[in-house]
Design a protein. Structure first.
Length: 513
């Protein structure tokens, strides 16, 4: 371990681990420290949305994630021991893949398992988490951040890094040390518990929901590839009792099913649902990501996903600044792009929580598909979205949008996806419907991969790879034009198919010395 890493990451939850994996594959020097030791931290953020699955594809862990989880079962509403019927929850729908959306459904991966997979991937990439390591404090100057680390049973250590990222959660040290303003308020005054526990006698065919029992709602969701259920319960009156006897009484009374018996209790936590958000995600050389920047209600299943995508947005920008000479100001766009997204998600999850857990006299509030799946999160109004096309039809793909997938064939006739082209730490230039491929400055080398997409097979042009779109999926998704895809899978720059390269050259120059 070096005491002069380029980036010091504080916190090894989903946000910290995704950032560490992304920096490791880019060759950016970093250290990642975590005050706690690995253990069963519970299923918690088990809902993994389609956009996050695409991030996991890019990081090389999608197969492991699929093997660790499964699709959600349908929801069943109950009134005591009486079934009221299946309840249509839009985020639970099992949709079929399309040419442009390969992972269309929310996937259940207990958070403890997803973190194990990310740690294993980090190890493959040559990194590791320093567990049992506390940050006692830090200061920053114009050139670096100086932090004091304390390892259990060891001497303190001074680490001087170019940047520091606080991914240490809502109660971590990084955000309060920066002095950033933080808005926080309860979203529900009642305490709740969540637990992973075995419930003998309960069918694993559904996510079981008792919404109106005396004392408060209770939900039991069968965890994928496990014998356990995830329990959520809200308490209108009495304080939560998380002892084995208390949990047995809770389930017996609220379900009206005396035959249900609580077995092994794997993990349990009491919490008070609240929301919070920092008013800045960057303070000098210190950045906030995940719960350190924004805390959401668990309703809707997007909080953890938003944290993952914070790091996915930040990682490539660190790479360009630290390895390719981009100006430090590029890092300002992290806050420009992610803070509005976090604010939007905060409003959304609060609405969902109030609909699901508070107002049971009215119809439940269900997430809109595009909100829940996060495929329509975009940076169209951000500083990195440049679109030089004219008269773009309403609803067409624009700069700032997520870059869709499409099935293609390579020059040899083998199957190939656009996501195969995007995977990795590089930019990707697509020339669709163009008569030729722009020639890029040699300094971009392997950091910009160039593809020409055509309808029928023909000779490939120098400096590019040929992809055949015989079924027209890519042409329908993108239209004709030049599209530069950022390393995080968003369209950064768009131009007419034969519009020349001055605009493209100017755009790329923002990311390289």
């Amino acid at each position: 371990m070096t005491n002069t890493p380029a980036v010091l990451i504080v916190g090894a939850g989903p946000a910290g681990l995704v950032l560490a994996c992304d920096l490791a594959r880019r060759g950016v020097g970093f250290r990642i420290v975590e005050i706690n030791h690995p253990g069963n931290t519970g299923s918690r953020g088990k809902g993994t949305q389609p956009r996050t699955l695409e991030v996991y594809d890019d990081l090389g862990v999608i197969d492991a994630m699929h093997a660790a989880g499964g699709l959600y079962p349908p929801a069943m509403q109950w009134d005591g021991a009486k079934q009221l019927g299946e309840y249509r929850m839009t985020q639970l729908e099992q949709r079929q893949p399309t040419p442009h959306i390969p992972y269309p459904s929310m996937y259940m991966i207990p958070q403890v398992r997803s973190m194990e997979i990310l740690r294993a991937r980090l190890k493959e990439l040559g990194g590791q988490v320093e567990f049992g390591t506390k940050v006692n404090g830090f200061t920053q100057d114009a050139d670096s951040v100086t932090a004091t680390l304390q390892r259990e049973g060891g001497a303190s250590e001074t680490v001087r890094s170019r940047y520091l990222v606080g991914a240490d959660g809502g109660r971590g040290i990084v955000r309060p040390t920066t002095g950033v303003e933080y808005m926080s308020e309860p979203v529900d005054s009642r305490p709740m518990i969540t637990a992973d526990l075995v419930v003998a006698g309960l069918e694993r065919t559904h996510w079981h929901m008792w919404d109106k029992p005396k004392g408060g709602s209770l939900w039991l969701c069968p965890l994928a590839r496990s014998d356990a259920f995830q329990l959520y319960a809200v308490f209108n009156e009495n304080a939560p009792d998380t002892s084995p006897k208390g949990l047995q009484q809770l389930i017996s009374e609220r379900t009206g099913r005396a035959e249900l018996k609580v077995g092994e209790i794997e993990w349990v936590s009491i919490f008070a649902p609240h929301i919070g958000m920092a008013d800045h995600f960057r303070v000098g050389r210190v950045f906030l990501a995940g719960d350190a920047a924004h805390v959401h209600s668990p309703a809707g299943g997007v909080g953890m996903n938003t944290s993952v995508q914070d790091s996915y947005n930040l990682g490539w920008k660190f790479g360009q600044v630290l390895l390719h000479g981009a100006p430090d100001s590029l890092l300002d766009t992290y806050e420009d792009e992610r803070l509005p997204v976090a604010a939007h998600v905060l409003n959304y999850t609060t609405r969902v929580h109030q609909g699901m857990w508070i107002d049971h006299d009215k119809k439940k509030v269900e997430p809109r598909d595009e909100e829940n799946w996060q495929l329509n999160v975009n940076y169209c109004d951000g500083p990195l979205a440049v679109d030089e096309r004219e008269d773009v039809p309403s609803g067409a793909l624009r700069s700032g949008h997520r870059a869709p997938d499409s099935p293609l064939r390579d020059a040899g006739g083998a199957t190939f996806r656009l996501f195969d082209a995007f995977r990795g730490p590089h930019f990707t230039l697509l020339a669709i419907g163009a008569t030729g491929v722009p020639r890029l400055d040699s300094r971009y080398g392997d950091v910009v991969h160039v593809y020409r997409i055509v309808r029928t097979r023909q000779a490939a042009e120098k400096g590019s790879q040929l992809l055949v779109d015989a079924e027209g999926h890519a042409h329908r998704a993108y239209g004709d034009g030049l599209f530069l895809i950022r390393p995080d899978g968003y369209v950064g720059y768009a131009a007419p198919a034969n519009g020349g390269t001055p605009g493209l050259d100017r755009y790329l120059a923002r990311f390289f010395a």
